[in-house]
Structures are given as C-alpha cells and as structure tokens.
Ligand binder design. Structure first.
Ligand code: ZN
Length: 345
C-alpha cells in the first residue's frame, strides 16, 4: 500500500521484494498495526523523506532472509521491530534514551519503507524476537501502542501503587493500553474520552472510573472523583491545548503531566501551544514530561508482559492489506476503538 504524496491516500501497487543490505533482515509481514500516528505523520511535512513510500511501523512477521553480517537473527525467527532509525552510538543511544538520538535518521515507514506490504527490510539491530505464546498480531501492536504506555507510565509518570492517574483519550489505540499499563503499575485509573464505545472499552479493560468529557469539563470531574485532591499523574494521548490545560488543573501537588499525543499544526490546522501558570507550577511543584516511544529494552519488556498475559492487545478491527486506506479513513473520523491492524496469512 503505497503513499505517493503528503497526506494522500495509500493505494495497492505491485512492487519488487525489497533488497536487503548486509546488516538488514527481510521480514515476511504477518500483521501491521494501523494507528492515528501513521495518518498524522504521513500528513506532516518532513516526516516522509521520499515518495513513493510504503507506511507502517507496527510490524510483526517471520524473518525470510538475513544480510551477510547478521549473526543475531536467523531466517524463520518471528520478530517485531523498533521503529526509530537511530545511530546506536551517540550518548543518548548509549544511555538507553535512543528516541532522543542526536544523529536520528527518521522512522520506519517514513524514512524507509514499512509494513503495509508483504515484505519489509529492517536493520537487524532494530528487530526484537517475539516470545512463544505471543501472536504476530499482539507483537505488532506491542511495537508501539502497548510499549509507548510502558515508558510513559513507568519512567515519565512514575505511577506507583495507589497513585491516581487520569488517561485522556483512554479509548484510542495508545490510550486503551495506557489504562491497562497504569493499572499494572498499581495506579487507580480514571479513563477520559468522549464516545460511548471508547468509554465502554476503557471499562472493559479495567478502568476504575470513567470520565465522559461531553458531560462536564475534565478537571472538574477529576477533582470531584478524587475528593478535591487531583491526580498524581495525567497522561494525555490527545494533547490539544484544551486537554493539556485541563490536565494541569487536574494534578495533585507534585503531580506529573505526561504528553504522548501529537497534534502538528500543519495537520490539525490549530495552534498546539498551551498555557502554563508558572506560579501554579511552582507552588504545587508540578512536572511536565514529553514521552517519546521506548528503548529497545522496553520493547522487549512489553513483549514479555504480553507473554505473561499481564496486558491485553486491544485490536477491534482487522483488514486485509488493501484495507489500509479504509482504516485510515476510520481514524480520520475518530471512529476506531483501540487499534486497527492489517492481517496477512
Ligand atoms: Zn544515537
């Protein structure tokens, strides 16, 4: 499924099987996640480095071939992949903060062809073996929608036993797994969203309280449900100025606001800048964190959580490969609960 222009549709085309370099692996794709991230990023200038491009960064499948220098993976292994193309040697890469790489080469599916195809070539250092007992579909979703909340909850929000946490956009692809991850970290989870199906799914996966933001302003409901104290962490998967400012008003003293969502000005035609009251920040000792994806070690840990059945991959719609554009359209209409995925047998 090929993208030929910025923000354009993806269309079925016949292309050659990718050639691999000496340090790459060729993956026969079995499952590819389709999230709003793909829709947003393929419409944001500068992310896709050349056209035509095959999108798709949540990939899982079977290794078909390995380059001559590859010793860590062999044909037949089932793998998923880390979708940041990083240098592995800069101080950030070497300290487990590879998403902040100072020699960043871009994203799988944008700076190189991705998983909306039968085959994809990926650097061997980016692939992560899938444990026995974890399906290709679970692993594909694990590679972004499930692992991103692991880093956000554990490292940025520092959710601990009994902490009160609000997840904004709780019924989306990342949000629905953030609800589960925050609970896994011991949090008491308030799930906020604005459609019935999304709120119902948040409840199904274990949210302790639901916040329907159509009813009343977010922070008012958060304060009402926490005896006026507020939440210890707010994880915002939407990240509009309105939700971010509401999250800040929702925080208890020493609370952490964690930004996962991304709303580029070019795509959303709206100013992403939000207002922060320095006095409010100072006297309440609040923290604001940006949370970018995960390390390779965190991706492996996410697959282990799936193996242990500690978290459930929420995929509500699956499509054949040629259904990618239909899935994109449903994302544009905000009509998908949890994740969608493309399945190839
Ligand atoms: Zn680096």
């Amino acid at each position: 499924m090929v993208l030929r222009e910025l923000g354009g549709p993806v269309r079925l085309e016949e292309v050659p099987i990718p050639k691999i370099g000496s340090n790459d692996v060729l993956i026969r794709v079995r499952a590819t996640g389709v999230g709003l991230t793909v829709v947003i990023m393929t419409a944001t200038p500068g992310r896709v480095t050349a056209y035509p491009r095959i999108p798709g960064h949540e990939v899982a499948g079977e290794v078909a071939e390995v380059g001559s220098e590859v010793t860590t993976i062999k044909a037949g292994d089932r793998v998923t992949c880390h979708f940041y193309l990083t240098c592995k040697v800069c101080p950030y890469c070497r300290s487990g903060r590879e998403t902040l790489c100072s020699d960043f080469k871009g994203y799988v599916g944008m700076a190189c062809d991705g998983g909306y195809a039968e085959y994809v070539a990926i650097p061997a250092v980016n692939v992560c073996p899938i444990p026995q007992g974890v399906t290709d579909l679970e692993a594909a979703i694990g590679a972004d929608a499930i692992c991103t909340p692991l880093h956000a909850c554990r490292e940025e929000a520092r959710v601990g036993p009994g902490d009160r946490v609000v997840i904004v956009g709780a019924g989306g692809g990342v949000g629905i797994h953030a609800v589960q991850m925050a609970r896994l970290c011991g949090g008491y989870v308030l799930a906020a969203d604005l459609t019935d199906p999304k709120l119902e799914m948040a409840q199904t996966v274990g949210a302790d309280e639901l916040i329907d933001v159509r009813r009343e302003e977010l922070s008012k409901q958060v304060l009402a449900k926490t005896d006026g104290r507020g939440v210890d962490a707010a994880i915002d998967c939407v990240a509009s100025p309105e939700t971010l400012e509401a999250c800040l008003r929702s925080l208890a003293r020493a609370g952490r606001l964690v930004i996962i969502g991304s709303r580029p000005r070019e795509v959303f035609k709206a100013d992403p800048v939000f207002r922060v009251d320095a006095q409010w920040m100072l006297y309440r000792a609040l923290e604001i964190h940006g949370s970018r994806y995960v390390s390779l070690a965190e991706l492996a840990q996410t697959l282990e959580l799936l193996r242990q059945k500690r978290i459930r991959a929420v995929v509500t719609r699956t499509f054949p490969l040629e259904g990618a554009e239909e899935a994109h359209q449903l994302h544009r209409q905000n009509a998908l609960v949890g994740r969608a995925a493309l399945i190839q047998e």
